[in-house]
Ligand binder design. Structure first.
Ligand SMILES: [Zn+2]
Length: 425
């Protein structure tokens, strides 16, 4: 440990996470429990931060995962229309032919924009809820010239059924099978329409029968989310909340105050509903965060549980959003100084709050240590994500690295990292 993190401070984080899990159960995005947990964390932060704000925002949290059963129904409609379409050139035939393309096409677009790219595509179709962000600052002794923000999210996810049943071995076939099914049904309907919307004969019959054989995938993706269980979210992502809070607590308790560097702590709401809290925060504050040329960087932490899996994330939203490489370099240097290499994570289907900042032109990167349990003890987005599966060693090391990142940033800012990046190009 570079920053002498006491056992007491580690216990503060573990105890705080456990308390939130016990007192604020079922903290799904946009629930009263999520808002209550945020109010509780705000009060906690007021013990050591200089200023804490809490901001409510409107959202439609059911859209991010709720589009899945809708897309499955549209795919099923695509199969039905394929077979109902007589292909006789009549009005009904053309309506069925066109609808057979339009409905699965809409399903595919929802998958692309809502799930892969984290955009508010069909959000307006789902009920409105209120979620909230908490943001704390620890001020420098002098004028604010630069700012580094650490953050986690307070909401917890509905259990992913296949992740619980068989981890990635069950999850992957359902996701890939489901997605292929939607595109297959779209494909055969489109091909048939383009070929003149003919009757089902020969090859068209074979393609139609294959479509019927995909029905199990359609049923399987409908059951993707287990709405009966909201996980505790101890690691994902209260671990990150408390590490980010502890950065300020540690500085405060040791009487350290930088001269020109402000420390921020963002506890977002509704990350599991598609980064909605961090997006709302970045959208609202992008101008004041960078006003007067104050260099602002954000390191978003997620699921700090497995030291072996600790990595720097510089790309997310399924690879469609690029984060800031130089901020990643800063994090990597901090890791190295604390004795931990933090390799750049490869492509993965998902995102962290860093991408919400990147979407609004704010400099950020992700810092995750996602635990991959061997079967049968699946952990990520399952009921196993409880306080018993927290890893104090990983939490302490993550805090050490964050404190180091703050120290490096305070000492030299982003200029040397930017210069190094430029000379690399
Ligand atoms: Zn998560």
């Amino acid at each position: 440990m570079k920053h002498n993190i006491s056992e007491e401070l580690v216990q503060y984080m573990i105890g705080g996470i456990t308390e939130v899990c016990n007192r604020f159960k079922n903290r799904a995005a946009g629930t009263q429990s999520e808002r209550d947990a945020q109010a509780h964390l705000k009060a906690e932060l007021e013990g050591y931060a200089d200023e804490v704000i809490m901001e409510d925002f409107d959202e439609h949290p059911a859209a991010f995962m709720g589009f899945i059963p809708v897309a499955a129904l549209l795919a099923a409609a695509g199969i039905t229309l394929y077979w109902l379409n007589p292909g006789d050139g009549g009005t009904f035939s053309w309506i069925a032919g066109i609808a057979g393309v339009a409905l699965p096409l809409f399903a595919a677009l929802m998958f692309l924009f809502e799930f892969l790219m984290y955009r508010d595509f069909v959000d307006f179709l789902f009920p409105k809820r209120v979620s909230r962000n908490v943001y704390a600052t620890y001020k420098p002794s002098g004028e604010v010239k630069q700012r580094i923000i650490f953050g986690g999210h307070t909401d917890a996810v509905h259990e992913w059924r296949y992740q619980w049943l068989g981890g990635v071995f069950a999850l992957s076939p359902v996701i890939f099978g489901g997605v292929l099914t939607i595109f297959y049904i779209l494909g055969i309907n489109a091909a048939r329409l383009i070929s003149g919307n003919l009757a089902i004969e020969g090859a068209w019959k074979v393609l139609g029968w294959i479509a019927i054989c995909t029905t199990p995938f359609i049923i399987a993706i409908m059951l993707f989310v287990n709405y009966k269980i909201i996980v505790d979210g101890a690691s994902d992502n209260l671990s990150a909340d408390f590490i980010s809070m502890a950065v300020i607590k540690k500085l405060h308790d040791s009487g350290v105050r930088y001269e020109h560097t402000e420390i921020g702590c963002l506890l977002s709401g509704s990350e599991e509903a598609g980064l909605r809290g961090a997006k709302a925060f970045a959208k609202k504050h992008k101008d004041d965060l960078t006003a007067d040329g104050v260099e602002t960087v954000f390191i978003s932490l997620d699921t700090m549980t497995d030291v072996d899996q600790m990595m720097t994330y510089t790309r997310g939203c399924t690879g469609t959003v690029k984060d800031d490489d130089a901020v990643g370099d800063l994090l990597q240097e901090a890791g190295k100084n604390c004795g931990k290499e933090l390799p750049i994570a490869g492509w993965y289907p998902g995102a962290v709050d860093a991408e919400a900042f990147s979407m609004y032109g704010l400099r950020s990167c992700g810092f995750c240590a996602l635990r991959h349990d061997p079967p049968p003890k699946y952990f990520y987005h399952t009921r196993n994500d409880d306080p018993a599966h927290l890893n104090p060693e990983c939490i302490a090391l993550s805090l050490d690295i964050c404190l180091e990142a703050a120290e490096i940033f305070n000492a030299k800012g982003m200029a040397p990292f930017d210069a190094a990046r430029k000379s690399k190009r």
